[in-house]
Design a protein around this ligand. Structure first.
Ligand SMILES: Nc1ncnc2c1ncn2[C@@H]1O[C@H](COP(=O)(O)OP(=O)(O)OP(=O)(O)O)[C@@H](O)[C@H]1O
Ligand SMILES: [Mg+2]
Length: 458
């Protein structure tokens, strides 16, 4: 008897035929969904993928071959069996060339039908297995730097390896320091684009006026200062992936230009006459909820939907504390190597301290905490006095502090006041402080603050 979990789609505009097929196939114990129209069939497949499809060669408005192509665009490995009327063998052969798994000529013998279904399903589970194995091998390479055994991180990795098989745009969302850039890189390394470039761009690090030139490139003399032609990031990323970090900070005029490039996959460099075509996967990241930005008009809705095809959300560290011991291990090894020291053990109290912290700065904060502890520790054990030492000192009043620490504290207070004054607006803060926006972001990151913390809520 068939496996009930196997889901079969049958598409035929002949309602009687459909009824017969459904009863028979259900009778064999499969789950069956039927459609008389290609559009309905596609929508059903999108909502709930099938293991196999039986498609009549001639359905209203669209040929079965076209439907098969559309199905394969979404599910390249799904076996499609074409049903043809007697005498249309040539078209059946054509269907095979187009990637059909097999064909059946009506009227067909039901034993034949079930044999084909059974073989097709075996093929489909075989390709699933191959894909799973491929992902496992990929894990060794692409995921080697991502530490995380928690269910939440495992789910993230699963999403990443699935996304890696496609060319769709990926949108990574997560608090500061949760590993967005790391995930973007792994995604690239797991994809078929891995031998081409991965080009990361921090949208806040490039002054607004230069962003267009940097992204799309320019010809010599395109603007004052363009002393020679330069390839833009999009061209550098051709056949590979481009990573647009902090996408929420992309200025409005650039959002419009980016939208056009995503839609058309071609553009003119500044001052250039030649249209450039590029084939890039676009990966974006943000620590702000872009949906909110869309609602308040800070981000274009049409662009949002273009980049938000496969969303991957990274959980904050406080929601996966079981990963802390593994991460600690990883960072101790990393810093031991970098500092040419022996690896060290963590005292139980130190670990307790780490586990009870709420980690507003996520993995980056943990990494910094361990870097400090590894640098300061003189024994083979990291004792708890080395964990959050900065914070402990701050509470000691009346003592003269070291200059570095005092400066840090001043800086933290300054940046807090600055952002409060600017209502959380980074551009405005930058103007007030006469600094670049990227400097403001660096300071915020250093002190584990987010612009959103300073936004007026009403
Ligand atoms: N799961 C993880 N395993 C190992 N290292 C990690 C993990 N997550 C993050 N890191 C490390 O933490 C640091 C911060 O990660 P990353 O820069 O990718 O975060 P981010 O989300 O891009 O942060 P931000 O929003 O501040 O830009 C990096 O040094 C990264 O290598
Ligand atoms: Mg980042």
């Amino acid at each position: 008897m068939a496996d009930e979990n196997e889901n079969i789609l049958v598409v035929d505009d002949d309602k009687n035929m459909l009824e017969v097929l459904m009863l028979r196939i259900e009778g064999e114990g499969y789950k069956v969904s039927v459609a008389t129209e290609p559009e309905t069939a596609l929508k059903m497949a999108k909502d709930n993928p099938f293991d196999l499809a039986l498609v009549d060669l001639k359905i209203e408005r669209k040929s079965g071959i076209v439907l098969m192509r559309d199905l394969h665009a979404m599910f390249p490995e799904m076996p499609v069996i074409i049903l043809t009327a007697y005498g249309t063998i040539e078209t059946a052969v054509e269907a095979m060339k187009e990637g059909a798994y097999s064909y059946l000529t009506k009227p067909f013998d039901h034993r034949d039908l079930f044999l084909q279904i059974k073989n097709g399903l075996e093929k489909s589970s075989l390709s699933r297995e191959v894909r799973r194995l491929k992902a496992l091998i990929g894990e060794k390479y692409g995921f080697e730097n991502i530490i995380g055994k928690s269910k939440k991180m495992q789910a993230v990795m699963e999403q990443v390896s699935r996304a890696a098989e496609t060319d769709s745009n990926v949108y990574i969302y997560g608090e500061s320091g949760t590993g967005k850039e790391l995930v973007a890189k792994s995604l690239h390394l797991l994809s078929s684009r891995k031998n081409e470039s991965f080009v990361p761009i921090n949208c806040t690090a490039i002054p607004e006026g230069l962003l267009e030139a940097e992204l799309f490139g320019y010809e010599k003399g395109a603007f004052t200062g363009a002393v020679k032609a330069k390839k833009g990031f999009f061209e550098q990323a051709d056949k590979g992936s481009i990573f647009l970090d902090e996408i929420s900070e992309m200025p409005e005029p650039m959002q419009a230009k980016l939208l056009r490039v995503i839609q058309e996959r071609q553009f003119y460099p500044l001052g250039g006459q030649k249209l450039l075509k590029v084939d890039v996967r676009i990966i974006t990241a943000t620590n702000k909820d872009l949906k909110d930005e869309v609602k308040t008009g800070g981000f274009r809705e049409d662009l949002f939907y273009r980049i938000h095809v496969i969303p991957i959300s990274l959980p904050p560290l406080r929601e996966r504390k079981e990963d802390i011991p593994l991460l600690v291990d990883h960072f101790i090894k990393k810093f031991a190597k970098e500092m040419k020291k022996e690896t060290k053990k963590l005292s139980t109290v130190s670990l307790q301290k780490l586990l009870s912290h709420s980690w507003p700065g996520n993995v980056r904060e943990l990494e910094n905490t361990l870097e400090y502890a590894m640098a300061m520790s003189t024994q083979d054990m990291i004792t708890d006095d080395l964990i959050f030492q900065g914070e402990n000192k701050r509470t000691e009043k009346g003592k003269l502090k070291p200059l570095k620490e005092a400066r840090n504290e001043f800086e933290k207070e300054y940046i807090q006041n600055l952002l409060l004054l600017a209502g959380g607006n980074v551009s405005k803060s930058a103007r007030l402080a006469q600094k670049h926006r990227s400097d403001i972001y660096d300071l915020l990151k250093k002190h584990q603050m987010k612009p959103a913390d300073f936004k007026k809520t009403k």
